[in-house]
Design a protein around this ligand. Structure first.
Ligand SMILES: Cc1cc2nc3c(=O)[nH]c(=O)nc-3n(C[C@H](O)[C@H](O)[C@H](O)COP(=O)(O)OP(=O)(O)OC[C@H]3O[C@@H](n4cnc5c(N)ncnc54)[C@H](O)[C@@H]3O)c2cc1C
Length: 288
């Protein structure tokens, strides 16, 4: 999976299947469920690591009509609903909104990944999270049926999505409706530029990573703890704790998943020994 993930590392999946319509996706998911084959969606692979021993199932990529973007007319309260296919790049949604003078998703600028990935991970930055802008999502369940879920039935927490009415395991998000507001195009562009500049100043450049590797523990920052444990620049093979931002594990070239997971465990152990805090990875390590 090195070719398909931003960490540029990882073992093999049994299969990688592209679907181009919701009907194709439903048929595939239903069949996989009947066969007892595990599956998962691969978005843009910016928060995923497949261990060296591989993922014993199917990774599904959402293409074609599941990458579309449309806009519903302005509602009475002046807001606009943008429906984005889960396979669409979140950056395309942000640029589209900017070009059309629609404000609300600027905080997501510079976060790589798909719409489905942003919703699943409740991606966020600068004090905002994806969940706060959602009106509803549409999913395909394990039996291949479409399920419409209003945002009020979803539970959004730090980098996590849950559903009040069931288990999300095996569910595939196919689209998300975002509520945005008309705003001046120029001020939206300026906000985006500001966020991008702050991002550039804080994050390592030109190296493969999955962004922040660990979740921040309550009331603290994973980067601060890793830095204070003296781990900036610590290396196992091609995997390194970034000297620029301690919560980034970077692939300096040719790192294997074994090296990245090995480094993750060293960081967890050292931070635990020093501060009694067990860091949890934000990166999804696909175990099957
Ligand atoms: C340089 C860099 C900076 C980053 N900065 C941030 C940041 O500021 N804030 C932040 O929150 N994250 C950040 N990230 C992490 C990452 O970009 C986000 O989590 C992103 O939303 C993941 O989207 P993806 O499409 O790449 O998902 P993937 O990595 O492909 O998948 C992540 C998880 O979502 C699931 N998933 C994806 N799509 C679907 C779907 N349609 N239905 C069901 N499940 C799905 C996958 O199965 C997997 O469990 C950063 C990453 C990088 C590389």
């Amino acid at each position: 999976m090195a070719e398909y993930t931003t960490l540029r590392a990882g073992g093999k999946a049994e299969a990688l299947i592209d679907v181009r319509t919701i009907a194709e996706l439903s048929t595939l998911v239903k069949w996989l469920t009947a066969q007892g084959i595990v599956s998962r969606v691969l978005g843009q692979g910016s928060n995923i690591l497949v261990p060296e021993q591989g993922y014993p199932g199917v990774l599904i990529r959402l293409r074609g009509e599941i990458q579309s973007l449309s806009c519903r007319p302005t509602k009475d309260d002046g807001t606009v609903v943008v429906r984005a296919g889960a396979g669409c790049a979140m950056s395309s949604v942000v640029s589209w909104c900017t070009r059309n003078g629609l404000s609300g998703l600027e905080f997501l600028v510079g976060i790589p990944g798909s719409v489905g990935g942003a919703v699943w991970m409740n991606a966020g930055a600068w004090g905002h999270e994806t969940g706060e802008r959602l009106e509803q999502i549409v999913m395909v369940d394990r039996g291949g049926s479409l399920v419409h879920v209003p945002a009020k039935r979803l539970l959004f927490s730090y980098r996590q999505l849950a559903w009040q009415d069931g288990d999300l395991d095996g569910m595939t998000i196919v689209s998300a409706d975002f509520v945005v507001c008309p705003g001046g195009e120029q001020s939206i562009r300026e906000r985006c530029r500001g966020y991008l500049e702050r991002r550039k100043a804080k994050q390592p450049k030109g190296v493969a990573s999955a962004g922040s590797f660990f979740k921040n523990p309550p009331g603290d920052s994973a980067g601060r703890l890793i830095d204070a444990a003296g781990l900036k620049g610590f290396t196992i093979g091609g995997a390194m704790v970034s000297p620029v931002h301690a919560n980034f594990i970077v692939n300096t070239g040719g790192a294997t998943a074994v090296e990245i997971i090995g480094l993750m465990e060293v960081v967890q152990e050292k931070v635990y020994q020093r501060f009694g805090v067990r860091l949890e990875p934000e990166v999804q390590i696909l175990q099957g």
